[in-house]
Design a protein around this ligand. Structure first.
Ligand SMILES: [Zn+2]
Length: 279
């Protein structure tokens, strides 16, 4: 009987996962051709599949809204998510760009990652943007859009740009409160990403875990459980990882001025690409 139990369990879990797989609902806010609709759908689904390769099947439905942009200078000049009851993502797209140019853009992987987390308020913007920025290139790697070497090159370029941007007299946590006045979005996004890269390294070296394993657990259990602040989510992630790294790193990276150290963690990350759950 014992040998049967894991089999039954795996069949049950497979059915469970399939029934919980994410379903997108499509909303066309402007006139898109049938051809463009098909291409945009597959662009979003590819990003969603890439995130699922990191985290496992996404256990939530979501709504995708498309808006037309013209002469935008890039394929996706603007995008945002809204999580008030439903999980909604809005993409403003310029259809003069080719689908291969859309694939090279980080916006879809970034926005789909946002859907995994609850809204954490203005003071939690560094956390929300940090995790979406940290995962965006890993999703593109999971999608075979970029190599791991290229992912590391892009991380390095972003961290350099963020560090060079002011203001240097505020920590990333402090910057999160005033970023709409300073406009230092790159610094806030990638300062937050530095926090998650540090955590990923700590989890790997001290706890034989990876960040995406812990986020996967969070995604399964804890969205919508009244978590609405960084304090609450870091406490929950500590518990899920049986560690204190989420609060320890908060003190040692984003709470300090001016910008977190990234060279050591980035060298570690270069040698340790994420393990993919699906190819
Ligand atoms: Zn974002």
């Amino acid at each position: 009987m014992r040998s049967v139990i894991p089999l039954l369990l795996s069949i049950t879990l497979a059915g469970f996962s399939a029934s919980l797989a994410a379903r997108p609902f499509w909303h066309w806010q402007d006139n898109f051709s049938t051809h463009d609709k098909a291409e945009l759908k597959s662009w979003v689904l590819r990003a969603s599949d890439g995130l699922a390769a990191l985290l496992g099947p996404l256990p939530f439905d979501y709504h995708v809204f498309f808006h037309l942009s013209r002469n935008a200078g890039e394929p996706v000049p603007w995008a945002n998510t809204m999580k008030r009851g439903t999980r909604d993502v809005h993409f403003h797209v310029d259809m003069n760009y080719s689908m291969s140019e859309f694939e090279q853009d980080w916006t879809a992987p970034h926005e789909i990652t946002h859907l995994v987390f609850p809204y954490l308020g203005d003071s939690g913007r560094w956390f929300a943007e940090g995790i979406a920025s940290y995962f965006q290139y890993q999703v593109m790697y999971a999608n075979n859009i970029i190599s791991w070497e290229e992912a590391i090159r892009r991380y390095d370029e972003r961290f350099r740009k963020a560090r060079a941007q002011g203001p240097t007299n505020l920590s990333i946590v402090e910057l999160s409160e005033v970023v709409s006045k300073t406009g230092s979005y790159v610094r806030m996004y990638w300062g937050g990403a530095a926090y998650f890269m540090d955590i990923d390294q700590q989890l790997h070296e001290k706890h034989d875990l990876r960040l995406h394993d812990v986020i996967s657990l969070f995604m399964q259990c804890c969205y919508g459980n009244g978590i609405s602040s960084v304090k609450q989510i870091t406490a929950k992630l500590n518990k899920l990882s049986n560690s204190t790294v989420f609060t320890d790193s908060l003190q040692s990276t984003v709470s300090k001025k001016p910008f977190p150290e990234t060279q050591v963690s980035l060298s570690w990350l270069a040698k340790n690409p994420p393990e993919l759950k699906q190819e």
